[in-house]
Ligand binder design. Structure first.
Ligand SMILES: NC(=O)c1ccc[n+]([C@@H]2O[C@H](COP(=O)([O-])OP(=O)(O)OC[C@H]3O[C@@H](n4cnc5c(N)ncnc54)[C@H](O)[C@@H]3O)[C@@H](O)[C@H]2O)c1
Length: 373
């Protein structure tokens, strides 16, 4: 198969669909890879690195789209990219269609086979191509929170781990999933006093097994949440109710009653946030203050560490890319019900229920759509 990797064009997006090591794997499987010039420059990969891995460099995105049978990206295609899609093409990338009518309409119009990273599932009900970004954001949340606690950033002026003779900061993580576990791991590593709240007993058991007495894994009732949030120096918001807006578990009254100079990092902001006073911020201006509490609510945290994020994403996507290239999309999707969940649009049909419902479009069962394609 001919695979194309265009340079990402969304503002401040430095990640890339395939690193040279992934290109080499595809080439070793007998496929041809075309990469747009400087596609990996933002994270330190030169055109020569890609050529050494077996890719050919093309000067423009238009050249890549013209040649490729499958386009591998990171962010959802922008309008100019959507205009270049063809009906005999596969698009494999993050799409996030449900809130995006113009994109959905363009993908339907293109006739292309559009598979979204974020809706591929695994046998345990997880989202394996979203998980790496949650791991990055969870780890980053502690870095961001540590900075927010510094006096120059209007924080309490506390070091997370304390020093001998001085108590560490109390970190309260709401939600013990991929984000929460990753945050807990960093906070424990820095020597903080860590509490994780979750409503899933299996999640609490897993935390207990992983961290022992280094993390207090607590069942999340309104009572427990209030007690720990009011005692916290740093609160991390990492809850998710799949497909729904995040519940506002920390109220404006809680924020008022928190210690002056304490900080919150609401990682769940991309789902609306789980803290009543959260509003999305950017890396350029990541924090603001409400009632003396520093708020960090960056909606695309992994974008700050594009090199780590690209490797983490590639590790997760590579087996699927190889499968698509080796088997063709029909067999790759029909052989794997979890991968089939990634299919959002095919040959002008919407095959993801929530997307069809969001826009009052006709929903077609993905298996039927692939079989009839
Ligand atoms: N801001 C960013 O850049 C960024 C990056 C990655 C992920 N995220 C977001 O972070 C959030 C968490 O993602 P994840 O991968 O960890 O999800 P996950 O499904 O792995 O974990 C969510 C956890 O929240 C728990 N939960 C649900 N309701 C709860 C409640 N009332 N009290 C306590 N716990 C509750 C669930 O039991 C689950 O364990 C998502 O909204 C995700 O989109 C944001």
């Amino acid at each position: 198969m001919i695979i194309g990797v265009p340079k990402e064009i969304k503002n401040h997006e430095y990640r890339v669909g395939m690193v040279p090591a992934s290109v080499r794997e595809l080439v070793n499987h007998g496929h041809q890879v075309f990469v747009e010039t400087d596609a990996g420059m933002g994270i330190g990969f030169t055109n020569e690195d890609y050529v050494a891995a077996g890719a050919e460099i093309l000067p423009t995105a238009a050249d890549v789209f013209a040649k490729a049978e499958m386009i591998v990206k990171v962010k959802e295609p922008q309008a100019v990219e959507r205009a270049m899609l063809r009906e005999d093409q596969i698009l494999f990338t993050y799409l996030h269609l449900a809130p995006d009518l113009p994109q959905t309409e363009d993908l339907v119009k293109s006739g292309a086979v559009c598979i979204a990273y974020e809706t591929v599932t695994d046998s345990r009900g997880g989202l394996p191509l979203l998980a790496p970004m949650s791991e990055v954001a969870g780890r980053m949340s502690i870095q961001a929170g540590a900075q927010a606690l510094e006096k120059s950033n209007h924080g309490r002026g506390m070091l997370l781990g304390g020093v001998p003779g001085v108590e560490p900061a109390k970190v309260v993580v709401i939600g013990g999933g991929m984000v929460g576990r990753s945050a807990a791991q960093m906070a424990v590593g820095l020597g903080a006093d860590v509490v994780v709240l979750d409503r899933n007993i299996d999640v609490l058991r897993a935390l207990d097994a992983q961290f022992g007495n280094k993390v207090k894994a607590i069942y999340s009732t309104a009572d427990a949440l209030e007690k720990h949030v009011l005692e916290a120096d740093l609160v991390i918001g990492g809850v998710l109710i799949p497909g729904a807006a995040a519940p506002k578990l920390v109220t404006a009254e809680h924020i008022k009653a928190m210690k002056p100079g304490s900080a919150i990092v609401d990682v769940a902001i991309d789902q609306g946030g789980c803290i009543a006073t959260s509003k999305a911020t950017t890396h350029a201006d990541p924090t603001y203050i409400v009632d003396d509490v520093v708020h960090y609510c960056v909606a695309n945290m992994p974008g700050a560490v594009p090199r780590t994020s690209t490797f983490a994403l590639n590790n997760a996507t590579l087996p699927f890319i190889i499968n698509l290239a080796n088997k063709g999309y029909k067999k790759a999707l029909l052989d794997d019900a979890n991968f089939l969940k990634g299919l959002n649009v095919i040959k002008g049909k919407v095959t993801y229920k929530e997307v069809a419902e969001a826009f009052n479009m006709e929903y077609v069962d993905p298996r039927t759509a692939v079989e009839n394609a």
